[in-house]
Design a protein. Structure first.
Lengths: 224, 303, 175
């Protein structure tokens, strides 16, 4: 990393994340570099799947127990709560909402993504553990939708995150989201849904795309 | 009896209890779904969740205590199980129960919470800390009426051994503590609501309030261990209340039926009543349950 | 209502008085006289609420228009006051001392139009755009379509139709 780039990143750092010195109880000086000390600097690795019938069994379990991160990005997030109402009842497909990215395996991008939101989406996605899947709702995530010429919303989600399933519609009704879940299940059971490994493999390309538009990159290069 | 045979039966009992716990949580969630006019999850969904969590490919840790938190929690659940006589009169299914096991079990009920608090604290997430603070405060309030009920039983039966308490309740339904000492039963059953963490008392882990409390940072195998413990703990605590207040069980069928009904008591209340905040739940636990627990002791002392 | 207008006419250089939609009275005033006028309206005439502060870019006239809409809750009446300022190094007096929440409007206008409000609290912090390094995006000389095409990887093969033409061709192909 060049000095200039380093300075550029320092400019956007929150005050508590800058390098600073703490005076200990006995007067000693402790130098703190939060980005190195508080965050893990390792990059993700490709985790090879098992072979044969064991992986098939595990994939079945993963497909039948989809835990969705409760995170809505755009107008489509209003279509998600009805999924768990008596009328649509996504629980019977093994779909459940989890409030924390650590425990969830599916990230639903529900609508247009502004650059500001994309930063939070990347943080949430990287905190999820392998294997993880991304479902993108609506035309906004496919080609920008009606925000295609906006100065602040991205056009194609697959440039920034590995997308497993696109659900077309503006916005897709809960029925089509349920059908999307079933498509995702088929994909997982076939062993095709290796988005997390894909992300780890092509991390440089994804990071270059992300840093191109997120100009105030003030977080570690990979948010464990 | 041969010690190896004993260990074999303990492990077998643990296996049965674990499976019954998982199936029971599936059935309960199915019932909750049907009350809400939904189809609900598959009954075996807890098994799938468990397999999925144990098979996560990448995991990360925040330090040694982060590892030990779920281990302490699980040892709390298994510890209660180890000293709990399951079937009355059976040498094989009485585990390692001894004369003072009631005290040890009451200790183990808090032990897991404390271990979890340490581990969740190391996770560093602010919601973990909030959840831990609420959980420990509420569980302390739960323990007070429960301990009073235990003291009342100890005075009534003049023993601290669960096996002897069960033995004293044999010979018909009217000999159960439920009828011989109703005040202690009221105190204990109301504190049971708090111990189970269903609706009125689920502010600790409610996703709408603080997502999702102590296990915020736990994932994969850590979460799998926590879920395993949950399945064991729910059955074992129901069995404890069954032994203390509802005459114990003579065979596995009775045990399964009674533990289900006792656990369903907490679920039933949870389905009917909305959630307490923690500053409402602690005063609630310190009113009727506490007073009835004290009255139970006082009445026994007067006699 | 007429009394207030007459009163204002006497004291301040107001012009272009007219009626907007929903009975809102619109008037223009010179930029230097805006803050005294708003202060007078707030303290003497009961216009205690700042409803919105927004900006318009008149590129051809090299002007920015700032619109202050204030509300009188007792008479249930709105008053819109327009101010025209020059476009280069655009700067306007801050009114956060009259209404605290005006600071947020001014922060947004600073970011979207580049109009500076010296002294307004936190006016230099990013509001919606984090780390923006281009022209302020709501200025009309900023080409948002070109920027989007350069930055956000447009998906090839996208077709755009004028809805009126398209439906006309669909429904009445012969005409």
């Amino acid at each position: 990393m060049s000095d200039k780039q380093q300075n550029q990143e320092d400019k956007f750092l929150a005050p508590e994340n800058r390098k600073h010195t703490v005076i200990g109880p006995e007067g000693e000086e402790i130098h703190v570099d939060p980005l190195n000390d508080y965050f893990c600097q390792d990059l993700p690795k490709v985790e090879a799947p098992y072979k044969g019938i064991l992986e098939k069994f595990l994939n079945w379990a993963r497909a039948e127990s989809l835990w969705v991160l409760a995170f809505g990005t755009g107008c489509g997030s209003i279509e998600l709560p009805p999924l768990f109402s008596p009328r649509f009842d996504a629980y019977r497909f093994g779909v459940a909402m989890r409030p924390t990215p650590r425990q969830s395996g599916v990230l639903i991008i529900s609508g247009y993504l502004s650059v500001k939101t994309l930063k939070r989406v990347i943080r949430s996605y990287e905190q999820m553990q392998n294997p993880k899947y991304v479902i993108a709702l609506g035309s906004c995530t496919i080609n920008g939708g009606m925000y295609w010429d906006s100065y602040n919303t991205i056009n194609r989600l697959d440039q920034y995150l590995p997308v497993d399933i696109y659900i077309a519609g503006y916005m897709p009704r809960p029925e089509s989201i349920l059908s999307g879940f079933n498509k995702l299940k088929e994909r997982i059971k076939n062993g095709d849904a290796e988005g997390a490994n894909d992300y780890a493999e092509k991390l440089d390309w994804y990071k270059a795309n992300q840093k191109k538009i997120i100009k105030d990159w003030n977080m570690p290069s990979y948010n464990w | 009896m041969n010690i190896f045979l004993k260990i074999l039966f303990v492990l077998l009992g643990l296996f049965i209890v674990l499976n019954w716990g998982l199936i029971m949580s599936g059935i309960i969630r199915k019932i909750i779904a049907r009350v809400g006019m939904r189809r609900g999850i598959k009954v075996y969904q807890p098994y799938i969740n468990l397999i999925k969590n144990y098979s996560l490919r990448s995991q990360l840790t925040h330090g040694v205590m982060f590892y030990l938190g779920p281990v302490f929690r699980l040892s709390g659940g298994v510890g209660i199980f180890l000293f709990m006589p399951l079937i009355y009169g059976s040498e094989y299914w009485s585990n390692f129960s001894f004369t003072g096991d009631l005290i040890l079990i009451a200790y183990f009920m808090f032990f897991g919470m404390l271990g979890m608090a340490l581990g969740a604290g190391e996770g560093g997430h602010p919601y973990s800390g909030i959840g831990v603070a609420r959980g420990l405060a509420q569980f302390t309030a739960v323990e007070v009426p429960f301990t009073l009920a235990i003291i009342a039983l100890a005075i009534q039966y003049k023993t601290l051994s669960i096996s002897e308490i069960v033995a004293a309740q044999q010979g018909g339904i009217m000999h159960w503590t439920l009828f011989t000492n109703p005040l202690a039963t009221i105190a204990a059953m109301l504190s049971f609501l708090g111990a189970m963490g269903h609706s009125p008392f689920n502010v600790v882990m409610a996703p709408q309030e603080n997502p999702i409390g102590p296990p915020t940072e736990y994932h994969g195998t850590f979460l799998g261990v926590l879920q395993t413990n949950r399945a064991i703990l729910h059955v074992v605590e129901a069995v404890l209340y069954m032994n203390l207040f509802f005459g114990g069980a003579g065979n596995w069928g009775v045990l399964i039926l009674k533990s289900f009904l006792i656990y369903f008591w907490a679920v039933f209340v949870g389905m009917v009543f909305p959630r307490f905040r923690v500053d409402q739940s602690i005063p609630w636990l310190l009113k009727i349950p506490l007073v009835s627990g004290i009255l139970a002791i006082v009445l026994l002392m007067i006699k | 209502m007429k009394e207030i207008i007459d009163h204002l006419k006497k004291r301040f250089p107001v012009y272009e008085i007219g009626e907007g939609p929903n009975g809102v009275i619109l008037m223009s005033v010179e930029a230097a006289k805006l803050v005294p006028m708003l202060t007078s309206l707030k303290t003497n005439h009961g216009y205690g609420i700042l409803v919105i502060l927004s900006a318009v870019d008149w590129l051809e006239d090299c002007k920015f228009q700032l619109t202050y809409i204030i509300n009188n809750p007792d008479e249930k009446r709105d008053l819109g006051i327009r101010v025209f300022i020059k476009r280069e190094d655009a700067e306007m007096e801050s009114i956060h001392s009259l209404w605290e929440h005006a600071a947020t409007f001014q922060r947004e206008i600073k970011e979207m139009f580049g109009i500076n409000f010296p002294g307004s609290p936190r006016v230099d912090e990013p509001f919606l755009l984090e780390g923006w390094d281009n022209l302020p995006p709501m200025r009309r000389d900023f080409d948002t379509k070109q920027y989007s095409e350069d930055t956000y990887f447009p998906r090839p093969g996208r077709e755009t139709n004028d809805p009126a033409e398209y439906m006309k061709q669909k429904l009445y192909p012969d005409e």
